[in-house]
Design a binder for this molecule. Sequence first.
Ligand SMILES: NC(=O)c1ccc[n+]([C@@H]2O[C@H](COP(=O)([O-])OP(=O)(O)OC[C@H]3O[C@@H](n4cnc5c(N)ncnc54)[C@H](O)[C@@H]3O)[C@@H](O)[C@H]2O)c1
Ligand SMILES: [Zn+2]
Ligand SMILES: [Zn+2]
Length: 348
Amino acid sequence: MKKTMKGLVYGGPGKIELKEIPVPVIEKPTDALVKISKTTICGTDLGILHGKTPSCKPGTTLGHEGVGVIEEVGGSVRNFKKGDHVIISCITSDGTCEYCKKQMYAHCEDGGWILGHLINGTQTEFVRIPHADNSLHPIPAGADEEALVMLSDILPTGHEIGVLNGKVKPGDTIAIVGAGPVGMSALLTAQFYSPAKIYMIDLDDNRLQLAKTFGATDTINSGKEDVAKRIMSETKDGVDVAIEAVGVPMTFDVCQHIIRPGGHIANVGVHGKSVDLQLQDLWIRNITLTTGLVSTNTTPMLLKTVMSGKIDPNRLITHHFKLDEILKAYEVFGNASKEKAMKVIIEA
Ligand SMILES: NC(=O)c1ccc[n+]([C@@H]2O[C@H](COP(=O)([O-])OP(=O)(O)OC[C@H]3O[C@@H](n4cnc5c(N)ncnc54)[C@H](O)[C@@H]3O)[C@@H](O)[C@H]2O)c1
Ligand SMILES: [Zn+2]
Ligand SMILES: [Zn+2]
């Protein structure tokens, strides 16, 4: 096997480079080495690049999403063997700690979001996956591997932190603020629970148009229209569930102005600064506010819905690149509105 490979390495704020790096090796008996076939870029990677995540140190290979084939497993890995096709979860979990026993893999005491953050990630040719038994999912025979890249992070994120935390129920009126990959994933998975009306809110008309084809019943361009005014005039007293999938104060503010008594605000966005919580108005409305980092505990369930054709995550993929072109892929993904990009697939 070769000794070096190409990897997209973070060099500090504003700096990334595709360079030759050592091929990882099995370090612990619970590790697996996965040969990446397809990976992608997340808004969170752009956050790292823009210096939002100081815990990610220069020299780290980025990326926490992908599918691939097992190259080698450590001595105590039981669920996987060389040659198996796998989905890499963005969350690593040992399956044994107090948090894992509560299915809060996000807070695993020897894992959590470490890939492409605290340890080298997936935007490369080979990646070392710790606690492989719990951090990988087998790909069923005949599956479309490319679509399953969406199961590493964005589909479970939209589903768990948006839809499940928001407690979407049949007949609900819901609003999703942000029509990026995560907001779109919330839109696709919310429909499992049959809401009656789904408002999708964004600044980008192209994304709103796409949201309509994904099942949004109503769209609002918040750059052109007063969202709260429109929703309050079209509903009795606001929405049952407001999902925040952007991560800026303004979009959180929209959510607190459109939520009806008894409603749920599910925050998904990663916020870089504080928001203005209008508790003086909200205290009397019996609302629930939730936050969270994805645990990916619903990935096996989501995989079944993809396999049965209930949802088609392929529709989120807009661009394809080779690993050699990854800097171009970052440019396209970083200018998503201009480039009409949603998810970009990078072939290793
Ligand atoms: N909680 C978690 O576990 C978790 C996991 C993954 C991603 N995230 C976060 O979720 C958020 C969304 O991720 P993404 O990849 O879809 O990001 P993205 O940047 O691709 O999408 C954000 C969307 O918000 C829109 N937007 C920006 N400002 C707006 C405004 N003022 N009003 C309305 N719309 C506005 C943009 O046009 C864009 O379509 C990010 O903050 C990301 O870091 C959270
Ligand atoms: Zn991500
Ligand atoms: Zn754990």
